[in-house]
Ligand binder design. Structure first.
Ligand code: ATP
Ligand code: MG
Length: 351
């Protein structure tokens, strides 16, 4: 038992710098191009992936962290995984990276089983709570990380300053300060640089904006966008929905271990030319045909129009109704997210 754990640990430590942090930690866009994206090769694929942790002194309690998760991520896309605290986002990331093993189901990266040694060189990972060797300076830490990937000195000596500039960390601080003297935001930045040290094709980022000030958030957003321009595949978890809305091609929402929806922002939030309508009177049957999420409040009806606004206005006129508002707008990601979580909670309460 101990022997296999040690091998496992060494194996991963050798292959990728982030793995050692995580094993200790766990103890054991516009959406116009989204339809083009789904024709690209699948880079990450999970099928009915599930993880149940055993907890308690006798390991007799179970926590179902992920239930039957099936998703596909395509080459070059930026995929955002959203979900409330404890939804299972980090668990899914760890399963994809092969840091923890699934209880059932399967996961593949680059057509290889998750965790396969042959694909480690192509993967970058920023863990949620990275364990840093805090007596190292930032520069030493990046050099150490480069060594784990066997990157020649001639390459990493050029790459480290470029990465530091990219994540907005001063070279001075990287050379002089030990990591234990870094602020949370500085650690996040050095973690991001570490995730990119091997120039990976697929990058997994667990809460990359966490702990960053507005400038830092902006910089990370720019880094992700520039990686996207370079054709990298990016998978990230975030609670900062405004950023997700700008960066991602597709998203998925995870709640209590279940994927409750996935798709492009366009598919999920509606077309950018969605109209919010509000009015009075008319026929309920006719309104239902035109309006999604139809609700009534204070004698007014309201919701989202599907169909041609001119035809709708004609229809309202014919049924002797009165149109008060016709606003061009679609749901924000935040509204959509809250709505999805609330809907699932309502279903769970009813059951
Ligand atoms: N090593 C573990 N042992 C037991 N339970 C665990 C372990 N790791 C995670 N869990 C449980 O699994 C569930 C999902 O946790 P996870 O960390 O994946 O959530 P998350 O969506 O990443 O949350 P957050 O947004 O807070 O980071 C939680 O109920 C958590 O308590
Ligand atoms: Mg997490």
């Amino acid at each position: 038992m101990t022997c296999s754990f040690t091998l496992y640990r060494l194996d991963y430590t050798r292959a990728a710098p982030w793995a050692c942090f995580e094993i200790m930690d766990t103890v054991f866009p516009t959406d116009d191009n989204s339809s083009a994206i789904v024709h690209r090769p699948v880079i990450v694929k999970t099928q009915d992936l599930s993880k149940t942790y055993r907890t308690g002194f006798w390991l007799n309690q179970q926590v179902a962290s992920l239930r039957s998760c099936s998703l596909e991520i395509y080459q070059g896309e930026t995929f955002g995984l959203l979900g409330p605290n404890g939804a299972g986002k980090t668990t899914l990331l760890k399963l994809l990276l092969g840091i923890i093993r699934p209880s059932s189901g399967s996961a593949q990266l680059l057509n290889q089983p998750a965790g396969d040694q042959s694909i480690k060189q192509h993967i970058g990972y920023l863990p949620e709570n990275p364990y840093f060797y805090d007596y190292l300076t930032g520069w030493e830490f990046l050099t150490y990380s480069a060594g784990l990937f066997d990157i020649p000195a001639s390459i990493y000596k050029e790459r480290i300053p470029t990465l530091l500039d990219m994540v907005g960390l001063s070279r001075q601080a990287a050379i002089k300060k030990q990591l234990r003297q870094y602020s949370k935001g500085m650690l996040q930045r050095i973690g991001m640089a570490q995730a990119l040290i091997n120039d990976p094709d697929i990058i997994f980022l667990d809460e990359p904006m966490s702990g960053l000030d507005p400038t830092g958030r902006y910089q990370v957003r720019e880094v992700i966008l520039s990686l996207k321009d370079q054709g990298k595949t990016i998978f990230f978890n975030s609670h900062v929905l405004a950023d997700v809305e700008v960066i991602c091609d597709r998203i998925a929402v995870l709640n209590q271990g279940e994927l409750i929806c996935q798709g492009s922002l366009h598919d999920l939030l509606g077309t950018p030319d969605a109209y919010f309508v509000k009015g009075q009177g008319g026929s309920l049957d006719v309104l239902k045909k035109w309006i999604d999420n139809l609700t009534f409040e204070g004698g007014y009806w309201q919701g989202y129009l599907h169909g041609n606004p001119h035809d709708f206005m004609g229809s309202v006129h014919l049924m002797n109704g009165r149109l008060i508002t016709l606003d061009l707008r679609r749901l924000s990601l935040e509204e959509f997210f809250i709505d999805q979580i609330n809907q699932q909670q309502t279903i769970a309460t009813k059951n």
